[in-house]
Design a binder for this molecule. Structure first.
Ligand code: HEM
Ligand code: HEM
Length: 144
């Protein structure tokens, strides 16, 4: 169970980061030009949201089933002083929950917004911030 969830969380991480980057670049290009916000742009936002939500769900399961998290939660006073444990079970999860919230708000706001420029701008800001937060706390050593 733990291994399957960890593997899924590992590989979907690439998909989520690539889709979030794609959505953010669409947002930047759209904001700086007079392009129309097409259905394809909305779909990329939705796919990026789905990948992020899937990571959120898998991540929450990992917090329960991961031996690393169980060790860390066993003695929080010690774990908070350990940079590796603190990053894996505190900083990475909290930062990415905030990122998932931003992406969810951005997707909803951009869908409801009126006007191409506004849809692109909201996509750029919310997906971009979410991506930056995720990239700031990714365990790159485990990823590659
Ligand atoms: C801990 C797990 C999850 C939480 C807390 C969560 C939360 C949410 C929330 C609050 C929304 C509402 C957005 C809105 O009002 O526009 C939403 C939408 C959505 N979520 Fe999740 N979600 C989770 C897991 C998932 C998973 C596992 C998937 C897919 C595999 C998923 C796919 C979607 C989709 C497709 C939407 C609608 C997007 C749209 O309307 O464009 N979510 N989710
Ligand atoms: C889009 C958001 C996210 C990305 C891209 C991501 C990516 C990753 C990656 C690449 C790893 C290392 C996997 C490995 O060791 O092979 C990892 C580990 C982990 N993630 Fe995430 N994650 C995200 C969101 C979350 C969230 C929201 C939570 C919790 C609520 C979470 C909880 C964890 C935990 C607990 C581990 C450590 C598991 C272990 O080593 O036993 N992640 N994450």
């Amino acid at each position: 169970m733990y291994n399957i969830i960890l593997q899924l969380h590992h590989y979907i991480a690439f998909i989520a980061v690539i889709l979030l980057a794609y959505a953010t670049v669409n947002g930047i290009l759209g904001t700086t030009s007079n392009k129309a916000f097409e259905d394809s742009h909305r779909k990329i936002n939705t796919f990026a949201l789905i990948a992020t939500h899937t990571q959120l769900l898998l991540g929450i399961i990992l917090l329960v089933v991961s031996p690393l998290a169980q060790t860390a939660f066993g003695d929080m006073a010690v774990s908070m002083k350990d940079a590796v444990l603190r990053k894996a079970v505190i900083e990475h999860p909290t930062t990415n929950i905030i990122a998932a919230v931003l992406v969810t708000i951005g997707n909803a706001k951009s869908k409801r917004a009126v006007g191409n420029g506004r849809k692109f701008k909201l996509t750029m800001i919310f997906f971009g911030l979410g991506l930056l937060l995720i990239l700031s706390r990714l365990p790159y050593d485990k990823l590659f």
